[in-house]
Design a protein around this ligand. Structure first.
Ligand SMILES: [Fe+2]
Ligand SMILES: [Fe+2]
Length: 148
C-alpha cells in the first residue's frame, strides 16, 4: 500500500513502487527480530529488491523516453547513483554480516531514497505525463550508464 502523497497515478509505476515498499517492510520486520538475522535470508530479500528496483528503473526510463520527457537523463542518472549505493551496501552486508546496525542503515538508505525520489522526481514525471507544467526546472545531462 502506497501512502497517498507518493501515488503518481500511473498504474505500472504505482504497482512497482508498492511491491518495492512491501519488500522493504518485510525486510524491516526481519531486521527487527531479536539477534543477528541469518545473512543468507537477508541477502535473498535484498536480491528481490535489487531485481525489482532494476526492473522498475528500466520501465520508468522507457516510459520517459517514449514520452520525450525532457528530464529523463537527469532522472536516469539519479537511478544509477542510487543503484550503485544499493549494490555497495549489499556487498558490505554479504562481506561483513547482517548486523542490526548495518541492516538499519541499509533500510534507512533505501526507504529515505525511495520516498524522496518519488516525491521529488517520479511525481514530476507523472505531472509531465498528465500534461501539467513542471514544478522545477529540468536540465539535461549526458547519456546515463546502462544498468549492469
Ligand atoms: Fe524514478
Ligand atoms: Fe520510481
Amino acid at each position: 500500500m502506497i501512502p497517498e502523497e507518493l501515488k503518481t497515478g500511473h498504474p505500472d509505476i504505482d504497482a512497482q513502487h508498492a511491491r518495492i515498499m512491501e519488500q522493504l517492510a518485510l525486510l524491516k520486520s526481519v531486521a527487527g527480530t531479536e539477534g543477528v538475522p541469518e545473512v543468507g535470508a537477508v541477502l535473498e530479500f535484498i536480491e528481490f529488491l535489487r531485481v525489482h528496483f532494476a526492473e522498475h528503473f528500466v520501465c520508468e526510463e522507457s516510459l520517459m523516453r517514449d514520452a520525450d520527457y525532457p528530464g529523463w537523463n537527469e532522472h536516469s542518472d539519479i537511478h544509477r547513483r542510487f543503484f550503485d549505493d544499493f549494490v555497495f551496501s549489499r556487498s558490505c552486508i554479504a562481506k561483513y554480516g547482517a548486523t542490526p546496525e548495518r541492516l538499519s542503515s541499509f533500510m534507512r538508505m533505501a526507504e529515505n531514497w525511495l520516498a524522496d525520489h518519488v516525491l521529488g522526481h517520479d511525481l514530476e514525471f507523472a505531472r509531465f505525463l498528465r500534461g501539467e507544467p513542471p514544478s522545477v526546472s529540468l536540465r539535461p545531462l549526458s547519456e546515463p550508464r546502462p544498468l549492469v
